[in-house]
Ligand binder design. Structure first.
Ligand code: PHE
Ligand code: ZN
Length: 869
């Protein structure tokens, strides 16, 4: 299949200046009329190509003259016109079938609502258009629809006019004054409930805010609305950015491929990121809503006003906007808690991706299907790269760079180089070497060696980087900021004084700038051999290797001033212990609880002054997927056996303390979202997860029954789902009955069952496929049931290959309905190369079955062919 290359980019030969769209909405035959003002920008004889897929062409008029079929070329990819004047009007009529659109790309129907999704290439499924982000046009939309079924008619921009048409029909005209790429176009029509509010901007403009949802769900929109107002205020205060239209509309729909979409003035959201109340949403859900509402709002400046020249630049808007939403959440909540959560997510998802056959730079140089590149790498690693820039030039320099970026490129479609240019120009810092982060891939690893010389009171620190990528040969050493601290043996910080060496710098508060493959830094005036705290606050997205022992990490876990590194030390300790246990399982040796680890765990457990969220994170064992990353050959069962052993030993040894502390935290009180309360629930539920390893599950069932909120209820339910007793059946049945009609809660139910370690999980999952709450056409449900099962390593990697063949079948079934969801799922096969011979043989059979399927989508083909290569 065809690959698209960044190096082949060419400026568009024609630009569309304005486009007036008219829609006559109909379930199976919606009529679209598009009138465009077009101007030639390239050579005189250039053909004009308009993308168009799954469209029924009705007519083409060039400057009011209808073209005969022989005057254009039409195929399944679009329409080509030749011999065009320098300026002209093109009027095209076509029809589309929204009801048949199960790919949820373009215009589709989601439970009675017409709704659109055009990023990255959906607009070509609505009408013929040069569907690329560097064509920025001014859009006007007229929507005509039945008034009873579709009283609400929305598009981008400001409402210009509305009225009745007779015959039960009405119309609305929307005008968006800001030129924009087609991927930001949106249209929604339906009989929707609405919650309204307003926001007064820094220049005293009053903005109307609306959140639309299914009728009856209005009460669940208040957290989203508060988050929206907070986002608007925050972007003014932190970045000086003001909102620019009269109205900001958000629509929540149940069927959506992704989290949400930043369409200009009309965001469309997966209802998962809008609707919430204490009874149905967890603390994590509430935090997710705040961050996604923020994310889409922040796109208005980073993505919409300044957009991407082409899709290779995707991280320009995504990495930057994730950085902005992370900062928003950090400023509103607890910074260190947010940092830990963000890094954990990066390590669990992005590091795995970057070590796999689908590893790619944050700015890829080729793709088959751009939809496959909305990845943890482009988003989360992209955000880390922006964060490094922020670390290097500081908040002041970064803000100056952002101001210059907005001033210089507003209204344009630009490249990542333009962003770097702004940062460099404003700060005076040279980012030439740093730019490699955009074109190289793989997670860099850094080996650390120290030599202390008592006589000269110096410590020399040698860092050696390796920069291997699974997909790119010949990489070069990276440039990155590396924050460190030296702790003396009483746990105090030593001053950092660098011996003068040309070219080495220590910027702001212990940050070294690393640029060579191997580099030695010598610190002077050090009295005793210190212990080093490395990559503090995770200043660089890398893996650090030291020769430190468990005892030394225990020391850091207790004394490091850097909160992130106290957490990191706890995780490194637990990993060291767990890997030893896994080795023991594999070698058939006896397993033992490390006394050093037990003591460190106990110390944290009994520390009553520690922040509860940090405590909970420190007491949480690294996930199975994190542990699997470090194994050369996957032996999934051994990982589970070792992890469960450690949990059981900890509760056996420290059970009394865990239970007393749990009891003291299990207060009955009103549910609030204050950081303190969320931290209390997190710690309580972490302790409960250890108690889940006890024989008696009464306390877990009690929490399930007595809790007044979903966070506590779901925590208990997930533990019970791994137990064998009567309590499990009772809780699961109760949960199902209670929430059967709430699809967002049913997602949780499906995920809990599909994630269980119990041996009946595969058959439970198969039964749920037939359940009335499940629907293969709804992405959230597919991700909850099938996706969770695929990520349940124990069952996915079942030795008989049944997990592989089940998922392969589902991938093929989904590919016919929704290729984007199918390719998301097929990614779970990316551990292929690390399996043992037998497992590899079984998986290979399934991967080949997929690749050899006729009419396979580009989406799935691209992922599977990379895995097999
Ligand atoms: N641009 C969206 C975001 O980052 C994500 C998205 C991509 C949504 C493609 C739909 C389709 O918020
Ligand atoms: Zn985004």
């Amino acid at each position: 299949m065809d690959k698209i290359y960044l190096k082949d980019y060419e400026k568009p030969p024609f630009v569309v200046q304005t486009i007036d769209l008219e829609f006559e909405l109909h379930n199976t035959k919606t009529l679209v009329t598009s009138k465009m003002q077009v101007k030639r920008a390239g050579k005189e004889n250039s053909p004009f190509f308009l993308n168009g897929e799954e469209l029924e062409l009705i007519s083409v008029y060039l400057d009011a003259r209808e073209l005969h079929e022989s005057e254009y070329e039409l195929n399944e990819l679009g329409l080509t016109l030749h011999k065009l004047p320098e300026i002209f009007t093109l009027e095209i009529k076509n029809s589309i079938n929204p009801e048949a659109n199960t790919a949820l790309d373009g215009l589709y129907k989601s439970s009675g609502i017409f709704c659109s999704q055009n990023e990255p290439e959906g607009f070509r499924r609505i009408t013929y258009f040069t569907d690329r982000p560097d064509i920025m046009a001014v859009y006007t939309t007229k929507i005509i629809a039945d008034k009873k079924d579709y009283p609400i008619l929305l598009s981008n921009g400001n409402l210009f006019e509305e009225g009745d048409l007779g015959d039960g029909k009405h119309y609305a005209i929307w005008k968006d004054p800001f030129p924009k790429p087609s991927y930001l176009y949106a249209l929604v029509a339906g009989d929707l409930g609405c919650v309204s509010d307003s926001f007064t901007t820094m220049n005293n403009n009053e903005i109307e805010l609306n959140i639309y949802c299914d009728k009856g769900n209005e009460a669940q929109c208040s957290h989203a609305m508060t988050s929206l107002k907070n986002s608007m205020k925050w972007d003014e205060e932190r970045f000086g950015r003001e909102y620019d239209l009269e109205v900001y509309n958000i629509v929540a729909v149940d069927s959506f491929n992704m989290g949400a979409m930043e369409n200009k003035g009309l965001n469309v959201f997966n209802s998962h990121y809008v609707l919430a109340d204490a009874d149905t949403a967890t603390d994590t859900n509430f935090m997710g809503i705040e961050s996604v509402i923020g994310h889409e709002y922040f796109h208005n400046w980073t993505g919409n006003r300044i957009t991407c020249r082409d899709w290779f630049q995707l991280t320009l808007k995504e990495g930057l906007t994730v950085f902005r939403d992370q900062e928003f959440s950090s400023d509103l909540n607890t910074r260190s808690v947010q940092r830990i959560a963000d890094v954990k997510a990066l390590q669990e998802r992005q590091f795995v991706e970057d070590a796999s056959p689908t590893s790619h730079p944050i700015k890829p140089d080729a793709y088959i299907q751009i939809n496959n590149f909305y990845t943890a790498t482009i988003y989360e690693k992209g955000a880390e790269i922006i964060r490094m820039i922020h670390t290097i030039i500081g908040e002041g320099g970064f803000r100056a760079g952002m101001d210059l970026y907005f001033k210089t490129f507003d209204g344009q479609a630009v490249c990542t180089e333009d962003f770097i240019w702004s940062m460099q120009e404003a700060s005076g810092f040279n980012f030439d070497h740093f730019k490699l982060w955009y074109s190289q891939s793989g997670t860099p690893e850094v080996d650390v060696k120290t030599v202390f010389d008592k006589k000269s009171k110096t410590l020399s620190l040698t860092l050696r980087q390796t920069f291997f990528s699974p997909t790119i040969h010949e990489q070069k050493p990276y440039f990155f900021p590396f924050k460190i601290g030296l702790l003396n043996n009483s746990g105090h910080e030593c001053g950092l004084e660098l011996e003068d060496t040309v070219g080495q710098t220590l910027i702001d508060k212990g940050i070294l700038l690393i640029s060579k493959e191997e580099e030695t830094f010598v610190f002077k005036n050090i009295k005793d051999a210190p212990i080093l705290s490395l990559n503090r606050n995770f200043t660089a997205p890398i893996k650090v290797h030291t020769a430190y022992s468990l005892e030394e990490y225990a020391f850091l876990m207790a004394h490091d001033q850097d909160e992130f590194n106290r957490f990191e030390a706890s995780q490194i300790m637990a990993s060291m212990v767990l890997h030893k246990l896994i080795d023991a399982v594999e070698a058939n040796d006896a397993m033992n609880l490390s006394p050093t680890y037990k003591a460190a765990f106990e110390k944290v457990l009994l520390d009553m002054d520690m922040d509860m969220s940090l405590k909970a994170d420190s007491l949480t064992l690294p996930s199975v997927s994190l542990l699997m990353q470090e194994r050369a050959v996957l032996d999934v069962e051994a990982v589970y056996v070792a992890r469960n052993f450690l949990k059981r030993e900890l509760i056996r040894e420290l059970g009394a303390d865990i239970q007393t502390q749990y009891a003291s935290l299990d207060r009955e009180c009103e549910y609030t979202l204050e950081s303190k309360e969320m931290a209390r629930r997190k710690l309580k539920n972490t302790l409960l997860s250890y108690m889940g390893a006890l024989k008696d599950d009464t306390p877990v069932l009690q929490q399930y029954q007595n809790s007044n909120n979903m966070t506590d209820r779901l925590a208990a339910l997930s533990i019970l789902a791994n137990s064998r007793g009567e309590a499990k059946t009772q809780a699961l049945e109760d949960f199902y009955k209670r929430y059967k009609d709430n699809t967002l809660v049913m997602n949780k139910y499906l995920a809990v069952i599909a994630s269980s370690e119990l041996k009946e999980t595969p058959s439970n999952v198969k039964a749920l496929l037939e359940d009335e709450v499940f629907d293969m056409k709804v992405p959230n449900l597919v991700r909850s049931l099938i996706g969770s099962f695929a990520r349940n390593a124990l069952h996915f990697h079942a030795v008989d290959g049944s997990g592989y063949s089940f998922i392969a079948d589902k991938v093929l079934e989904l590919d016919k309905l929704n290729p984007q969801i199918a390719s998301g799922l097929v990614g779970v096969f990316k551990d292929y190369a690390r399996l043992n011979k037998e497992a590899q043989g079984l998986m290979k059979k399934e991967l080949e079955k997929i690749v050899n399927t006729k009419e396979l989508s580009k989406n799935v083909y691209e992922i599977v062919s990379k895995i097999l290569a």
